[in-house]
Ligand binder design. Structure first.
Ligand code: 5GP
Ligand code: ZN
Length: 112
């Protein structure tokens, strides 16, 4: 999608430090890490937010949740937090669906 920063990262038009890639999913390190390990996992196809997950595209989202444990295994961590911010009030700043994977420190609950 034009003017979507994560579509440009998925297409390789904007550089990123990749953690994992296949034909449907890209995982790359967040520019402003909030934990010792902070990876963003995105579908390569443009889906704006979790509200746009449908029966037609949900296989790629399921695939993301197969990829995340694989990334954790490859990077050698077992404990982590997965976050999806859906919408402005939830703190979504980039309107291309992404899952934050954070690891390497303690996390509080509730998240605030
Ligand atoms: P959100 O606030 O939408 O849930 O998360 C967006 C995340 O994308 C933020 O953590 C932000 O640091 C990260 N981010 C924004 N632009 C870029 C970029 O160009 N490259 C990378 N690697 N991360 C980005
Ligand atoms: Zn996009």
């Amino acid at each position: 999608m034009d003017n979507c920063i994560f579509c440009k990262i998925a297409a390789g038009e904007i550089p990123s430090r990749k953690a994992y890639e296949d034909d449907r999913v890209l995982a790359f390190y967040d520019l402003e890490p909030q934990a010792p390990t902070h990876i963003l996992v995105i579908p390569k196809q443009h889906i704006a937010w979790a509200n746009d997950i449908t029966p037609e595209n949900s296989a790629d989202i399921a695939h993301i949740f197969e990829v995340i444990p694989q990334i954790a295994k490859d990077l050698g961590f077992t404990d982590y937090r997965i976050i999806n911010n859906c919408g402005d009030q939830a703190g979504q700043s980039v309107k291309h669906l992404h899952f934050h994977v954070l690891s390497g420190r303690d996390f509080t609950w509730p998240p605030g």
